[in-house]
Design a protein around this ligand. Structure first.
Ligand SMILES: Cc1cc2nc3c(=O)[nH]c(=O)nc-3n(C[C@H](O)[C@H](O)[C@H](O)COP(=O)(O)OP(=O)(O)OC[C@H]3O[C@@H](n4cnc5c(N)ncnc54)[C@H](O)[C@@H]3O)c2cc1C
Length: 338
């Protein structure tokens, strides 16, 4: 008998797996993953399923991380929160707000688990996970050892980390320690937060504003399956930017500290005429071109074909390569969009 993965992915894709193991303790997570790895059994670590696209039935074990627990310590200047991987990210943000521990409020309503947060260095509204990362503890599958990395060792970058590079599919994140300053400094330099006054704004006001904007801008996965932004915002050289700007004066771009330019992928998709483009029941969201949605019966293959169509069209028009944000999972594990 197979297990349906539909309730376990926010795209609502109808695929199955051979077995699903729900793990609620850190010791259980370590033992389960070590055993499956040693036996050479295909395994997929699953958090909230909000960054996954299943293209086929998964022929292996899905390990659902449901470990819970938050421990708080502090020194003169900072709070340290050690959080188990299966905790829900948004609930952690709310928990911090209740305890008057501030800093995470800009990242309210990002779906998924705490354990997945370091993997793509989640971020929103001018703030990224790495700003608050103190340590990440993980089981390294090829050595069978529990290892702890500090922030530097995690090699964070825009939607990147060592867990998507050298340790891709080799690290099971067991817990994360966040370091949050007791002296809170609001981050309000991002578009819709700019109207706040930094001397009077509260973390709760930022939290409420972020929640309200996200709820109005992003489709609710419970109603319209999606994984949030489907593509990373591409970063290009200054020369490439100048060439594009000459042809497309309205180009939306943000200069980076290293003088490269980050382009708004949603704008590129929109300008390539792809808003509303469809493959099967997968479509480019009408209000937010960066989001692909499931109209109900989309398959992972529809989603990937649509993504390919977008990648090709944006490249033809702008010579810019778009890279998908979610992980694409075939019958044996991670695959690339063909
Ligand atoms: C509506 C919506 C809005 C979103 N907005 C944002 C946003 O603003 N910013 C942003 O950065 N992202 C956003 N995302 C993407 C998503 O929320 C993040 O990528 C999130 O971190 C995924 O967490 P998850 O637990 O659902 O991971 P999953 O989808 O379950 O897994 C994602 C990947 O991480 C691996 N993984 C999960 N847990 C672990 C673990 N403990 N150890 C090792 N590997 C693990 C999985 O194997 C998989 O490869 C959004 C998604 C949706 C649906």
């Amino acid at each position: 008998m197979t297990i349906s993965l539909t309730p376990f992915n926010t795209f609502g894709l109808k695929q199955d797996c051979d077995t699903l193991i729900d793990v609620t303790s850190k010791a259980g997570l370590i033992a389960t993953c070590n055993k499956l790895y040693k036996e050479n059994f295909p395994m997929l670590i699953l958090g909230g399923g909000s960054n996954l696209v299943f293209t086929e039935n998964y022929q292996g074990s899905v390990v659902k991380v449901s470990t819970k627990g938050i421990e708080i310590t502090s020194d003169d200047t900072h709070y340290y929160l050690t959080v188990q991987a299966g905790e829900n990210w948004h609930q952690l943000v709310e928990f911090c707000l209740e305890k008057k521990i501030y800093g995470l409020e800009n990242m309210a309503l990002i779906p998924g688990t705490v354990g997945a947060a370091p993997i793509q260095n989640i971020g929103a509204y001018g703030v990224e996970f790495n700003l608050f990362c103190h340590r990440v503890e993980f089981l390294q599958l090829d050595t069978g050892k529990l290892t702890t990395y500090n922030k530097l060792q995690c090699e964070f970058d825009y939607r990147e980390s060592v867990f998507k590079q050298r340790l891709r599919n080799l690290a099971v994140i067991t817990q994360v320690t966040l370091k949050l300053a007791k002296k809170w400094v609001p981050v309000i330099n991002y578009g819709p937060l700019q109207h706040f006054d930094s001397s009077t704004v509260t973390a709760k006001q930022i939290f409420d504003c972020v929640c309200q904007i996200r709820q109005s801008k992003l489709p609710d996965p419970a109603k319209l399956g999606n994984v949030g932004s489907f593509f990373k915002n591409p970063v290009i050289s200054v020369e490439h930017y100048n060439t594009l700007k000459a042809s497309f004066p309205n180009l939306i771009a943000y200069e980076q500290p290293d003088r490269q330019f980050k382009l708004a992928a949603g704008w590129l998709i929109d300008q390539a005429g792809l808003k509303g483009a469809k493959v099967g029941a997968a479509t480019v969201h009408q209000e937010q071109a960066l989001v692909l949605v499931n109209l109900g019966t989309a398959t992972g293959r529809d989603v990937c074909q649509l993504a390919r169509k977008i990648i090709d069209a944006v490249y033809d028009k702008f010579t810019v390569v778009l890279h998908p944000e979610p992980r694409i999972i075939g019958s044996q594990g991670e695959v690339k969009i063909k």
